[in-house]
Design a protein around this ligand. Structure first.
Ligand SMILES: NC(=O)C1=CN([C@@H]2O[C@H](COP(=O)(O)OP(=O)(O)OC[C@H]3O[C@@H](n4cnc5c(N)ncnc54)[C@H](OP(=O)(O)O)[C@@H]3O)[C@@H](O)[C@H]2O)[C@@H](O)CC1
Ligand SMILES: Cc1cc2nc3c(=O)[nH]c(=O)nc-3n(C[C@H](O)[C@H](O)[C@H](O)COP(=O)(O)O)c2cc1C
Ligand SMILES: Cc1ncc(COP(=O)(O)O)c(C=O)c1O
Ligand SMILES: [K+]
Length: 536
């Protein structure tokens, strides 16, 4: 187990050499609920290395928006917007000298739309999707998005009144038909779209729209505008997701008369068009993770960094959150007394393996709570570096606040929370230092940078500024050339918590969670673990 845990630790890279990853948010169970994706590391306020001379990557600075969401905002002011002519030119360049086919771009665009939708509107709550598709490529994006949404677990319907007789489009229709996705004519659509659909994908017109909408799209656009009245009538209206351009809006001027559709989400493609500046809905995303540097250079495009491997990125401010509405209804497999291991350590290993298999970020991260002689508790995260019958091990500074508290009161509590699995494990017990030999061995297994960091950091003491740490670090780097052994400072080492109580918690619906507690019991002079169920 020790070996496995040791390997799971990811190196802390130098901040400036690592491109910041914007922590895209994903939607959980109600419109106002966002959580950081577990796979992304927060990274604030750094201008990333410039991946190409022309693409500058902007990341948020702390404080750009208040509250919980401050980290996810891309600096909207520094993103480029395209005119109608530029958008068409980009199109031509992509499909001319840059060798893209329209099929490819449409596939990527439709996938970006579907993933953006999924970031905010989860299929568990927003299941029925109507894609209203126009005669051009914007309509094609809608057809592709409908297919991806089907595979993401949504129930799509398609309204495609002016079909384009080209193999690309008939192919897309065939693909949808083969998934038994219903096609609805304009006449088959109800007057009031709010009863039958949760999401309306507006894929009628994109950047080639001009003039005033002609039939049947004029009426379809009116249907979307009229949803507003149903909202006033207290019924929850479906959300409108516009692809690239809110249909009927002027491509550059936006909603000129102020009486056009008001999408809840706009998914700009490649780069936002000028009208997107007028978009005031809560969710503005960009999908265009295919723009080659040549295009970015030519049009001096400033585009945001896409998080992880995502096809979309939120641009603009995320909506304000009502914190009191943040909640999740946990849905998990049963966790019953009959299934659990008699030995809590075996049960811990089983759940730890599950957390590893689920690819959770740092499943060995645990909150460590301690109290000093004043009885005032404090908690912080540490990394579990080994677990066996003797206990749970972590490493730290022996002169830190936690170390002082542990010297005054050698009892502590550990807490693991495995978000993706709806699980929490609590471990409580007495704490002692590990042997010097064990600390030595582990210290030298760490990356050299972390070894030097441990020497530099007089943990929990006040430092006049980060330059002091960096200066000392630099000096030590010079002192200990590549090969030489970095001595472990005497003030650095491990602790081991010997468990006296475990609790395994599995989240369940309606807050009726499973909680199984293990506590030691003497039976016939033998120590066994007693398992009881606790009320949630
Ligand atoms: N380039 C890129 O990087 C990428 C581009 N992509 C996508 O392509 C979209 C642009 O596609 P597009 O050029 O086919 O134009 P689009 O706006 O869908 O429709 C044109 C059709 O609408 C019609 N029409 C126009 N006005 C009308 C009116 N008032 N009332 C009624 N009809 C009207 C017009 O008919 P016409 O006026 O020519 O008779 C024609 O049939 C773009 O926004 C994006 O979504 C992505 O797939 C991939 C990356
Ligand atoms: C995910 C994570 C893992 C951490 N792991 C450790 C660790 O293993 N050892 C450590 O000393 N500090 C670790 N830290 C930093 C501690 O949380 C804390 O800031 C530091 O130990 C000082 O705590 P103290 O002043 O209460 O002693 C970690 C922080 C995070 C967020
Ligand atoms: C201050 C400090 N010490 C130690 C650790 C654990 O690091 P390692 O896995 O290199 O032992 C961390 C991890 O975040 C840390 O922040
Ligand atoms: K559109």
């Amino acid at each position: 187990m020790r070996g496995v845990l040791g390997k799971s630790r990811k190196m802390i890279c130098s901040l400036l050499s690592q491109a910041p990853v914007s922590p895209a948010y994903y939607y959980r169970s109600s419109p106002s609920i966002y959580k950081p994706k577990p796979s992304n590391r927060f990274s604030w306020g750094f201008l990333a290395p410039i991946p190409s001379p022309a693409i500058r990557v902007f990341c948020s600075k702390p404080g750009e928006v208040g509250g919980l969401m401050a980290s996810s905002v891309q600096n909207q002011g520094s993103i480029s917007y395209l005119t109608q002519r530029e958008a068409a030119e980009v199109d031509e360049t992509l499909m001319g000298p840059l060798g893209f086919s329209v099929d490819q771009l449409m596939e990527l665009a439709g996938l970006s739309v579907a993933t953006s939708i999924n970031e905010v509107y989860k299929p568990s709550e927003y299941n029925r999707v109507l894609a209203i598709c126009g005669p051009g490529n914007n309509g094609g994006d809608g057809l592709v998005a409908a297919r991806h949404l089907y595979h993401f677990g949504y129930k799509p319907f398609v309204c495609y009144p002016k079909r384009t007789q080209k193999p690309l489009y008939s192919g897309l229709v065939t693909q949808l038909e083969s998934l038994s996705i219903p096609f609805l004519s304009v006449d088959e659509l109800p007057m009031d779209l709010s009863k039958d659909f949760d999401i309306l994908v507006d894929a009628m017109f994109g950047f080639s729209f001009h003039g005033a909408p002609r039939p049947p799209f004029d009426d379809l656009i009116k249907k979307l505008i009229n949803l507003h009245y149903y909202e006033q009538a207290q019924r929850k209206p479906p959300v409108i997701v516009s692809v690239d351009i809110p249909s009927g809006w002027h491509v550059e001027e936006g909603d000129v008369g102020g009486d056009g559709i008001k999408p809840d989400m706009l998914v700009s493609l490649t780069a936002p068009k000028l009208c997107a500046k007028k978009f005031s809905g809560p969710h503005h995303f960009l999908g265009g993770r295919f723009v080659p540097p040549a295009i970015a250079e030519k049009y001096k495009l400033q585009l945001p960094q896409y998080p992880g491997i995502s096809m979309c990125v939120r641009i603009g401010k995320p909506p304000q959150i009502d914190i009191s509405s943040l909640r999740e209804n946990y849905i998990s497999p049963e966790f019953l007394e009959e299934q659990v291991e008699a030995d809590p350590l075996d049960q811990f290993r089983k759940w730890f393996d599950d957390a590893m298999a689920a690819n959770l970020k740092e499943p060995n991260a645990m909150a460590l709570s301690t109290t000093g002689k004043d009885g005032k508790p404090s908690s912080r995260m540490v990394l579990l570096k080994g677990v066996d019958k003797d206990g749970f091990v972590w490493f730290t500074n022996y002169e830190s606040q936690k170390a002082r508290q542990l010297s005054e009161n050698p009892h502590a509590a550990l807490l693991f929370y495995w978000d993706g699995l709806n699980r929490q494990v609590r471990v409580e017990g007495s704490v002692e230092k590990v042997s010097d030999e064990e600390s030595e061995q582990y210290f030298h297994s760490r990356p050299r940078g972390s070894q030097l960091g441990a020497i530099v950091s007089k943990q929990s003491t006040v430092v006049p500024g980060c330059h002091v740490l960096h200066q000392q670090y630099k000096e030590l780097e010079e002192k200990y050339s590549k090969e030489s052994l970095i001595p472990k400072p005497k003030y650095w080492g491990g602790y081991r918590l010997k468990p006296e109580r475990f609790e395994f918690w599995q989240g369940q619906p309606s807050r009726l969670h499973d909680r199984l507690e293990y506590s030691p019991q003497e039976t016939d002079g033998k120590r066994v673990w007693k398992i009881v169920r606790l009320a949630p």
